[in-house]
Design a protein around this ligand. Structure first.
Ligand SMILES: Cc1cc2nc3c(=O)[nH]c(=O)nc-3n(C[C@H](O)[C@H](O)[C@H](O)COP(=O)(O)O)c2cc1C
Length: 152
């Protein structure tokens, strides 16, 4: 989809109709890896893709997504948290382009059991994703939805 339309058509999808394919997971992870991070310190980040049903059932607030991808960060500060947002946003837009349903997720992070993430890493942001019957149609979004000041 053309980028401007893709941006206006994106919306949070919280109902999933099936698991994504291994190829789709690979494509989503590649989109995450294509994201910029502050100072280019990619070693401070980890992506953990959870598809184990038993583990997913232990998570609250993830809308029974068949896949959740966690962005974990070593010693997260403001820059790392922002970078995690960029990583997830890349994957959300990629999911939409693949016709998948996806959403940002913070709610499930506190319920992540100990031992899932690599030692020394903290869950900062997540992405829930799955197949969907939803369609993506560009929306009319008010130009001032976020109040804006232009200083000339
Ligand atoms: C930083 C951030 C955290 C979010 N966390 C959650 C979450 O935990 N659960 C959820 O259902 N949606 C979450 N969302 C999705 C927002 O609620 C949603 O994007 C917003 O309401 C706008 O709706 P739209 O995406 O359909 O345009 C999050 C979005 C962002 C940017």
């Amino acid at each position: 989809m053309e980028t401007a339309k893709l941006l206006r058509a994106r919306r949070a999808i919280r109902t999933y109709t099936g698991q994504i394919t291994p190829e789709q997971l690979t494509t989503l992870l590649a989109a995450g890896n294509a994201a910029p991070v502050g100072m280019g310190n990619y070693g401070d980040y980890r992506l953990v893709a959870i598809q184990d049903p038993d583990l997913l059932h232990q998570l609250s607030g993830n809308y029974d997504a068949p896949t959740e991808i966690i962005v974990a960060v070593h010693q997260p500060g403001r820059m790392e948290v922002l970078s995690a947002g960029v990583i997830v946003h890349n994957m959300v837009l990629c999911a939409e382009d693949l016709g998948l349903g996806a959403n940002y997720n913070m709610a499930s992070l506190p319920s992540l059991p100990a031992g899932v993430l690599p030692p020394g890493f903290e869950a900062v942001f997540g992405l829930t994703v799955g197949q969907t019957t939803a369609t993506f149609t560009p929306r009319e979004i008010p130009a001032d939805r976020i109040p804006t000041t232009i200083i000339k």
